[in-house]
Design a binder for this molecule. Structure first.
Ligand code: C2E
Ligand code: MG
Ligand code: MG
Ligand code: MG
Length: 289
């Protein structure tokens, strides 16, 4: 095919592209052993109640500490894991790990775990979830599964059946990155979500009076309320953004303003001495007095 492409062939097989392909193959290869070599780690980021600043739980976020390359972003390696089907093993490991960690946390603190569309399409997911709950002893309603809109691209009804099975187990379901997918709103009619996570892209500039994001968030909150679902705003970095989210009635807040994702050990220490009650960050106006 390269020969047929004639003059253009060097464009298709440029040095950069060969290097990129080689790089990716190497990453794929390294990922096969990453789990066994203990290079993967689950970090946790607090989910904070907007009105009270109380921590309601933590989102589990996978980290890969590569021996030569340092920390690799899940935004880079999760897609590779999905294409190579390694996501099944990684996903199962994250679920187990997150449930075991959360089982040590006091009270009703929840753990939210991201579930890839590939995992979601696998009929074994309910069993994987049941196993993680059983081996950790975590109460099902303390586990929240975060799923993106892309699972609705398959309209064969498989998604609905999977939702029903997971709800029967008693876990909570959150719709992640809401507003960034291609799906229609129709799926919200029947899908039994407990929570909608408003994507960071809507949070950007939401504190700006001229921004249209405010109107979009207002309508997402109204929609969620009407359907009996909670809301979380992702990526809150400034006090102004926090104030805007509170004003708009968003239920939970997640973002660097409160905390970066931190190690399981850091969470365990913080929950043990009560400091997981996040330092109150009052609304900006209040803080000035
Ligand atoms: P996500 O599920 O939407 O997770 C939220 C992302 O936003 C995380 O990125 C988090 O670190 C980041 N974030 C949190 N607060 C802020 C903030 O204030 N500002 C900014 N700019 N970013 C913030 P991260 O950890 O790099 O993960 C990226 C994506 O990778 C996740 O997006 C999720 O889709 C995927 N991912 C991470 N861990 C897992 C996993 O265990 N399984 C699966 N299937 N996907 C995962
Ligand atoms: Mg998520
Ligand atoms: Mg998200
Ligand atoms: Mg995201």
């Amino acid at each position: 095919a390269a020969k047929d492409a004639g003059r253009g062939c060097h464009r298709f097989f440029s040095r950069d592209m060969l290097e990129a392909a080689e790089d990716r193959r190497q990453l794929e290869h390294d990922m096969l052993d990453a789990l066994d070599r203990g290079e993967l780690e689950v970090n946790y980021q607090p989910l904070v109640v907007a009105t009270t600043n109380q921590v309601a739980g933590f989102e589990a976020l996978l980290r890969w500490n590569h021996p030569h390359r340092g920390r690799i972003s899940p935004a880079l390696f999760i897609p590779i894991a999905e294409e190579t089907n390694l996501i099944a093993r990684l996903g199962e490991w994250v679920l187990r790990q997150a449930c075991m960690d959360a089982a040590q946390w006091p009270g009703d603190l929840r753990v939210a775990v991201n579930v890839s569309p590939i995992q979601f399409a696998n009929p074994s997911l309910p069993q994987v979830v049941l196993n993680a709950l059983a081996s950790s002893g975590l109460r099902p309603d303390r586990l929240e599964l975060e799923i993106t809109e892309s699972v609705f691209l398959d309209s064969s009804g498989e998604a609905d059946r999977m939702f029903a099975t997971l709800k029967k187990i008693g876990v909570r379901l959150a719709l992640d990155d809401f507003g960034t997918g291609y799906s229609s709103l129709g799926y919200l009619k029947s899908a039994p979500f407990d929570k909608i996570k408003i994507d960071q892209s809507f949070v950007r500039g939401a504190a700006d009076p001229a921004s249209r994001n405010k109107a979009i968030i207002t309508s997402i909150v109204a929609l969620a309320e009407a359907l009996g679902m909670d809301t979380t705003a992702e990526g809150i970095e400034t006090v102004d953004q926090l104030d805007a989210m509170r004003e708009l009635g968003v239920g939970l807040i997640q973002g660097y303003l409160y905390s970066l994702p931190v190690s399981a050990e850091a969470v365990a220490n913080a929950v043990a001495d009560g400091s997981w009650e996040i330092k109150p960050i009052g609304p900006a106006k209040q803080r000035e007095h």
